[in-house]
Design a protein around this ligand. Structure first.
Ligand SMILES: [Ca+2]
Ligand SMILES: [Ca+2]
Length: 83
């Protein structure tokens, strides 16, 4: 195997790993939203965030558009998980 091919193969593996880890992150946030979204409107209100200490403490930071709710997009951007 040439050095170039090796580098290309390593590059592809890194991309694959990044794709897999970003997918698993999304599902972590999906399950977090599902856990906290008591009224099933797809958003986490301040009241619903009370079930997650870290989320509650960072609510204003995560709520980027300041509508008082954390959307799936905002949750993904925050990288917040259940842990
Ligand atoms: Ca909700
Ligand atoms: Ca928001």
């Amino acid at each position: 195997m040439t050095g170039y091919k090796k580098a290309a193969l390593i590059g592809l593996s890194v991309l694959a790993i990044q794709a897999i880890s970003s997918l698993s992150n999304v599902s972590a946030q999906e399950s977090l939203l599902a856990t906290l979204d008591v009224d099933h409107d797809g958003l986490i209100s301040l009241k619903e965030a009370a079930g997650h200490q870290t989320l509650l403490e960072n609510f204003n930071l995560i709520d980027v558009n300041e509508d008082g709710y954390i959307s799936m997009d905002e949750l993904i951007a925050s990288n917040m998980t259940e842990g």
